[in-house]
Design a binder for this molecule. Structure first.
Ligand SMILES: Cc1cc2nc3c(=O)[nH]c(=O)nc-3n(C[C@H](O)[C@H](O)[C@H](O)COP(=O)(O)OP(=O)(O)OC[C@H]3O[C@@H](n4cnc5c(N)ncnc54)[C@H](O)[C@@H]3O)c2cc1C
Length: 484
């Protein structure tokens, strides 16, 4: 009954919106609504309308009317979030930003001026065409938008050396939940005028405003790259070895770890061998970037390190071979579904000093739970992707997964880490927010939300309300970025 009431009141508001923006912008047909009713978490809700804005100013109109009629608005980039952050959990309108996709590179200042719906891979290519580099590279970069990356403070494999999305955002513009236009920062490398609202928006998961335009800092394209594949006797040896490398002040652009289960899944899924003759061994994939001289010096140190610590190592012959290795790595996450039809996909972060303790904890968690928990991640920034795989129809496995994820989060926080390093909270991590944050911290975040969004219309139901994803059915749907 309550749902029916909402749908009816939303219908009145949607009619008003159609009058303002026209039916080429406001879509209420079933196909459009269904497509916007879920994200990569694959939990289905029900959007009352999809608004495909074509001009930034339309975002303000949408929010103004949403406030007037109290309609929930969920901003959407490409819907690749794995946490449910882009799913319209309370129905209402989905604000689709994909058509705001302009990209302009300022080659003199080394900045990119882009709209929120621009695809991250396209930004990287546009920058590269002028000799610049935009380092944050989520594995979903050929699909996801910069607006989504800002909202989640997305990371990727380059985090350790270069940083994450936050480290490259110079200025933002967009609309407050009330529909007022704002600009946070200017296209300058320094800005100290007033509260840093720009950084408050970054990582706010679409709850404090809608980003429409962004200025990004770029760095020069590195002149040289060098890629090395190493394999290790076991996981603990690999993690210890990585720490030994960092102690030598070697700063790889990428330092990706794949445990043995991740290696096997990626190999089976791609029908490619990651490291011939080293089947079933954990690997670390390393990339050095910099000037020819830097890379030459560091690669000599890394080769010596590999000889001392790894069971085998191999330098990629050329860029094509290196790209093949990275492509196998990028398939890793999807490949795990051979181990179970359900996954609790966690992107925890750990202080480096606790790597070995954490490896022991994971081994014990696998034994106790009886579940497959393939783990891979970015060793140079402590961000590990722990994938708890289970069969949804099996009540024992489902319960074991639920217990395992809770224990994982408690352990990560006890070790001084964080429950998410790049995906954010959304719906999926809501049961653990209060493990990470004290009551005072959560209250402070809620106070900010209430101040900027007094009617609670922007992405309601996320972050603070507890939602147990494992209690909800997942749709049987194939998304373009899913592994085939
Ligand atoms: C195969 C795969 C690999 C992935 N790999 C990585 C990875 O390596 N690193 C990583 O960090 N993430 C990764 N992700 C997660 C996901 O791609 C990122 O979170 C990404 O930032 C989401 O971008 P999107 O455009 O799809 O946003 P959406 O999923 O549409 O939205 C995500 C959140 O951003 C908000 N939002 C979107 N646009 C705006 C805007 N303009 N203004 C305000 N809020 C907005 C939404 O409301 C929502 O809360 C991966 C996902 C998949 C499916």
């Amino acid at each position: 009954m309550r749902w029916l009431f909402h749908m009816k009141s939303f219908a009145k508001a949607t009619a008003a919106l159609k009058r303002r923006l026209g039916s080429r912008v406001v879509h209420t047909d079933e196909a459009a609504r269904r497509e916007a009713s879920f994200d990569s978490s694959k939990i289905l809700f029900e959007a009352a309308a999809v608004i495909r804005v074509r001009r930034e100013v339309e975002v303000g109109i949408v929010l103004e009317l949403a406030n007037k009629f109290r309609v929930p608005v969920t901003t959407r980039g490409r819907g690749t979030t794995l946490t449910g952050a882009a799913a319209p959990v309370q129905g209402g309108w989905v604000l689709d930003t994909l058509a705001l996709d302009k990209i302009a590179i300022d080659g003199e200042s080394g900045m990119a001026h882009v709209q929120a719906g621009a695809k991250v891979g396209d930004i990287q290519r546009a920058a590269a065409a002028q000799g610049w580099f935009y380092p944050p590279d989520p594995s979903s970069k050929e699909y996801c938008t910069i607006g989504g990356n800002i909202a989640c403070n997305a990371g990727g494999m380059h985090g350790g050396k270069y940083g994450v999305t936050r480290d490259f955002v110079v200025a933002l513009r967009g609309f407050l939940p009330t529909g007022e236009f704002v600009e946070w920062g200017t296209a300058t490398k320094k800005f100290s005028a007033g509260f840093n609202m720009r950084d408050l928006w970054i990582g706010s998961e679409g709850m404090l405003g809608v980003v429409t335009g962004v200025v990004l800092k770029l760095v020069p394209q590195p002149a040289a790259r060098w890629t090395l594949l190493t394999s290790f006797r076991d996981e603990t040896t690999a993690l210890r070895a990585a720490l030994a490398l960092f102690r030598q002040h070697v700063q790889p652009a990428i330092c990706e770890f794949l445990d043995r289960e991740s290696v096997l899944c990626a190999e089976r899924a791609t029908a490619k061998t990651i490291f011939a003759g080293q089947a079933g061994r954990p690997v670390i994939l390393l990339e050095l970037t910099g000037t020819q001289l830097d890379v030459k010096e560091q690669s000599a140190a890394v080769r010596a390190w590999a000889k001392a610590h790894a069971t085998a190592h191999r330098v990629a012959r050329d860029r094509d071979e290196a790209e093949e290795l990275w492509a196998v790595r990028r398939k890793c996450s999807g490949a795990m579904f051979e181990l179970g039809d359900a996954k609790l996909n966690e992107d925890v972060v750990l202080p480096m000093r606790s790597y070995v303790k954490f490896a022991r904890f994971l081994a014990a968690l696998k034994r106790e739970s009886g579940l497959h928990i393939p783990t891979f991640g970015h060793l140079a920034d402590g961000n590990l992707h722990v994938n708890i795989m289970y069969r949804r129809a099996d009540p024992r496995e489902s319960r074991a997964a639920e217990r395992a994820v809770k224990k994982l989060m408690e352990t990560v926080v006890a070790l001084g880490g964080a429950i998410s390093g790049e995906h954010g909270i959304g719906l999926a991590k809501t049961p653990f927010l209060r493990i990470q944050h004290s009551a005072a911290q959560v209250r402070a975040m809620q106070a900010v939300k209430d101040a900027l969004d007094p009617r609670g219309i922007l992405n309601p139901g996320k972050m603070f309300n507890v939602f147990r994803v494992w209690e909800h059915p997942r749709m049987d749907v194939h998304l373009p970025w899913d592994h085939k």
